[in-house]
Design a protein around this ligand. Structure first.
Ligand code: ZN
Length: 266
């Protein structure tokens, strides 16, 4: 099995979305300067000996400028998106075409992780997602209660959705999904066991940035269930400590730089 981490571009957003309390006014600093941080959009390509070419998440839609509402683009601004960040081109670089992808595992269904399903429209590729995420995402769009984080363009019944159930799912040999809610109700962390490298834990947005994990600092405005988030943190720490896993977070630029240096891990 081979794993490679893909750089799908950069999104710039206020740090308050990612870090609890960041930028809060205090008595000693009543007017803190707002800080917008560069976050990375990340997907992971897995070449599995039996299941074939798989993706863990797929970034934003290539036509995000047409599909994202203006207030969303204003808050979460994609910068410098070019061919080198297109998922289809990155697959080509690895020797594959879109049609070669045999399954897409969704950590969660927010627009910056699932919008890239547009590349797979009409291909009938199985899209593995936790049932709670699938239910919540369609509900969020239908009621407009969490509209913008999820968008209807890819929450489309014509895709080949495969709902997964439970707390721990062994999807394929060496690929285990852990239900880790908090950022969203159905977020799934993917554990990848490799032969020649330490395992990988792909956490999606349970952690945007390394501060969320290493400083145990909860997400900011993008947290949806604080107590669930802490339970998920402890669950991931327990697995990571036991297995000495490499951790890939949802948007951390340094972590992406670290793990995209190698062509692949096997
Ligand atoms: Zn995200």
């Amino acid at each position: 099995m081979k794993l490679r981490v893909l750089d799908l571009g950069t999104v710039v957003a206020d740090q308050g979305w990612s870090l609890m309390g960041a930028g809060a006014a205090t008595q000693s600093n009543p007017r803190p300067e707002p800080v917008r941080r560069s976050l990375k959009l990340i997907a992971t390509l897995i070449e599995h000996p039996k299941a074939g070419v798989l993706l863990y998440e797929c970034g934003a839609a290539p036509k995000y400028q047409e599909l994202w509402p203006a207030p969303v683009q204003d808050a979460f601004t994609i910068s410098g998106y070019s061919d080198e960040h297109r998922l289809d081109k990155l697959l080509n670089k690895a020797g594959y075409e879109i049609k070669d992808v045999k399954g897409i595992i969704m950590g969660h269904l927010h627009i910056d992780h699932a919008g890239g399903l547009e590349f797979f429209r009409g291909h009938n590729v199985p899209i593995y997602v936790h049932e709670q995420e699938l239910k919540y995402a369609f509900y969020a769009v239908a009621t407009k209660e969490d509209f913008g984080a999820y968008l209807p363009h890819y929450l489309d019944p014509s895709f080949n959705w495969k709902a997964l159930h439970g707390d721990r799912i062994e999807l394929f040999d060496g690929l285990t999904l852990h239900h880790t809610p908090g950022h969203t109700p159905g977020l799934m962390t993917l554990e990848v066991k490799l032969k020649n490298s330490e395992p990988f834990l792909l956490t999606s947005d349970q952690f945007h940035l390394k501060e969320n994990y290493f400083e145990e600092r909860p997400l900011g405005w993008l947290i949806r269930d604080m107590s669930a988030w802490w339970v998920s943190l402890r669950k991931i720490q327990q697995i990571a400590n036991k297995t000495n896993a490499n951790l890939v977070f949802g948007h951390d630029p340094d972590i992406l730089a670290k793990y995209s240096k190698e062509k692949y891990y096997d």
